[in-house]
Structure formats: C-alpha cells, structure tokens
Design a protein around this ligand. Sequence first.
Ligand SMILES: [Zn+2]
Length: 385
Amino acid sequence: MTFIKNAKLVTPESVIEGALVVQDGKIKDVGYTGEIPAEAKAIDANGAFVTPGFVEIHLHGGGGYDFMDATEEAFDGIAAAHRAHGTTTLLPTAVACPPEQMYALFDMYRKLKDKGCVHYAGLHLEGPYISMEQKGAQNPTYVRNPEKAEIDELLERGGDIVKMCTAAPELPGIEYLASEFKKRGIVLSVGHSDAIYADVEKAHAMGFSHFTHLYSNTPTVRKINQVLYAGVREAAYLLEDMDIELIADGCHLAKEVLLLALKVKGADKINLTSDAMRAAGTNVTESFLGAKLPENRVIIEGGVAKLPDRSFFAGSIATGDIMLRWAHKKCDVDLPTAVKMLSLTPARIIGLDKCKGSLEVGKDADLAFWDADFNIQKTMLCKEI
Ligand SMILES: [Zn+2]
C-alpha cells in the first residue's frame, strides 16, 4: 500500500486535499485523512496538484520524432517527450501513406506496445481515407477512397491494434469501411472532411461517434444553389451524442471557441488534443512535418509550427502541460473541467474509462504532479507505484 500524502487531488468534480491510497497500481482511496501506518510506503506530494495522467488520442510526434519514422528510437523519444509533460496514455497517430508504410508502423507498434514508458492504447489512423479538399497538411499523393480489398488487408494486418480512424464520411466506399471497422470496435471519427450536415448524419447512423480537430479542415455553413447548408461544425453541435476534439495548443483556436464548445457540448463531450508533430517537447526552431525531407521543412515560432513563408500553421507542438495551462489559466476553465477534457473524456471516447482517466477508486494510478503554476513536476505509471 502506498500513500501519496499532502496532495491536492483533482477529481472530475472537485479538488480534494488529503492522501491518494494506491495498492498494486490501483487507486484504493481518494482524499484519505486518517493515520498512515508506519510500515506503509509514503510519498510526500508537498502540496502539489495531482491529476490523472493525460490520455492523448491524437498524437503524431515529439522529442524530434514522428511515429511514421516507425523506429524504436522514435516511439521511445515521443513517449518520453510527452510523458515528461503529463501524458501517460497515448494513441500513436498515422497520416495518409502507402499501405507498406502503414504496415511497417503496425509491425513496430506490435513490437513495442507493451514496452514503452507510457501506455499505448492502439493506433489512430488519420487518413488515408480523407477529403482531398480538406487534406490540410497531408500528402495528396496518398489521400484516397476506401476500397474493399485494401480495407480487408488493413484489417487483416492491424484490425486488433487500430483503435481509431479519422475519415471523411462523404467518400464513396465509406459504408464498407464503417461497417467493418465498427465490428472490431474501432472508433470512427469525422475529420478532414468536406461534408455537409446530411453526410454527417448518415455517418452518425453508420457508427461515427467523434470529430477530429473540429474547426481545422472541417467546413462550416456553405451556399449550394443559393441555399445555406450546415457543415461539419454545425453537425458536431447538432448531433448531441457525438464527441469533439479541439486542438488546445493555445495557437490554433481562440479562447471563445473553447467557451462556445463548452457551452454547447460540455466537457464530457470535448477532448483537448495536441495533434502534436515531431517538434513538440523540443527547443528547435526548424523541423519537418512528416518525413524528414527538404520539401517538408517547417519553422517553429511562437509555440507553433508554420510553413517557411508563414502563410499557414503546419502543426501543433503542444504537450499536456501547455494544454492544461491554456484551458485553465488562459481560458479560465475550472481545474477539474480542464483536466477532465485531457483525461476522462478521451479515455471514455476510446473505451478506457473503466480503468483510466480519473482519480477514482478502482482505476489505474497513472498520475501527474503539478506545481501551483501548473508546471509538471513528475509523472508515475500505475506499474511503477
Ligand atoms: Zn493529426
């Protein structure tokens, strides 16, 4: 039994002072104020805020690496960079690429999934089945429609390790993708999509339950034959049981966008994500979006990656601590709510909320410790306590 004492424990509802009691990596009590037995192990939090370790379901890279590098060094480097800033569970996220490259990533994930300094909870495929019009920074060479033979092979090779798929529901062939992915419990997310409301409504009926980085590569109301049609953003608000993801790096979205989303959807339906690229957790001023090729060069400036001519953002470099400070300090969201959008809500979206995402009895003790300004002090995985 371990007692983490003198802690400010951030639960989904409030901040509780007292001790967190952990046994065999599981939380036994939250806010214990009794005697700590002399023979028990005690960790003094010295008044730190203790939150659940963050759950990041959309993450490409960090520490100078991208998961598409598909090397052990890349996995370890990214995991270490994000863990050092509060994240303890993550979904390595792939972009549109040739099938062979995807399968190389599958092989590396299989080899490393139980070895990291974080918990890996499956892969997130952000593409290749996305809209050419809303591809954003993805390489158009590899953007394509879902075809039965390719979907069958993808699932044969990785159906057990893919946890989430971002796709554009207006694409031909999406019905087959949706029904096959759904059978395997893969979370379907609308993203990089040029859909109007009717397309998203159909997708919802097919099992799509989430929206990937709402406001980025997701259109709003548009005029077709003089009529104004609701787009993906409005669909996200109208379809009440669907979840949304917002890029919370403090650069992509203004405060009011988060406040609007909170008012309409509530924190139980909002996941704050980094969608971070390889420069996250580093101090570099130049990096690459995707593969390390000259044409992929980007600059890092003002806390975000930009194209060299500064015409567009080229990815986020956020880590958990940056997102927490943005939501809580800059947007004035109360602490339990901000933490929930970084831990319990994403855990629930991928079906992990029975064991992760909050300081509640029976859950895994994956923890992050924070000072009064929400700088990270340390993280612990349940298996290390
Ligand atoms: Zn992404």
